[in-house]
Design a protein around this ligand. Structure first.
Ligand SMILES: [Zn+2]
Length: 231
């Protein structure tokens, strides 16, 4: 039992950015259990090789010559870049939040505005990017402010639709802090729309997800929207 719970602890600690711990975890982690230890070269290699092969085929498919000088290392570069941009699959956002929860009696709205978001749509694997605005009203617990952009990043570094991304951020904060309410608004530009000429060049997609008092209290909701200057 004890070793089981210790293993659980270690599995989530990859995001604790404690290099001493990391080294120890690396020795004990289970290769069949994706624990997010990006520093395992052999394991990483087992993903990169087939991915690079697939990119090679993609290059042929679009009519390129993968053997020409400029493209020689492209399959490997694209594979590494994709692994980096999707590292959120191997990180646990709720555990990340739990590492910085503090008891505090502050009970007004906490708002983190203009968080940069870079993600990829799951339909085209093209980027979408913009800003996230996140607020919550504590109920005895607050979270270290820097963890909020980090949680956004963990979810954004997965293949996403903006709607789900917005809800996942809300739910993670709601689940960990149990606050009186959470409000999340994301405004983003989708390359799959603008590059393919589906929408005007500057069109923004806005999504929101709320819980608790952000749903039930009109003045809380209005204050949030006013503070973020949402149109
Ligand atoms: Zn798309």
């Amino acid at each position: 039992m004890k070793s089981e719970s210790m293993k659980q602890e270690k599995t989530v600690s990859d995001i604790l950015v404690n290099s001493a711990m990391k080294t120890r975890n690396h020795e004990t982690c289970d290769l069949d259990d994706p624990c997010g230890h990006e520093h395992e070269p052999e394991r990483e290699e087992s993903f990169l090789t087939p991915m690079a092969d697939a990119v090679y085929s993609l290059l042929e498919g679009i009519g390129e010559d993968p053997a020409r000088e400029g493209l020689l290392k492209t399959p490997e570069r694209v594979a590494k870049s994709l692994r980096f941009l999707t590292q959120g699959y191997r990180q646990d956002p709720e555990q990340l939040l739990k590492t910085a929860v503090f008891t505090e009696s502050y009970d007004e709205m906490v708002l983190v505005k203009d968080i940069d978001i870079y993600s990829m749509c799951e339909h085209h694997m093209l980027p979408f990017f913009g800003k996230a605005h996140i607020a919550y009203i504590p109920d005895g617990k607050i979270v270290g402010l820097s963890k909020i952009p980090r949680v956004v990043e963990v979810f954004a570094r997965r293949l996403q639709v903006q709607e789900r991304l917005t809800q996942q951020i809300r739910d993670a904060i709601q689940n960990v802090l149990c606050p009186r309410g959470v409000g999340v608004v994301i405004e983003a530009t989708h390359m799959c729309m603008v590059m393919r000429g589906i929408e005007k060049q500057n069109s923004l997609t806005t999504t929101s997800a709320m819980s608790g008092e952000f749903l039930t209290n009109q003045s809380t909701r209005s204050e949030f929207l006013r503070l973020i200057g949402s149109k």
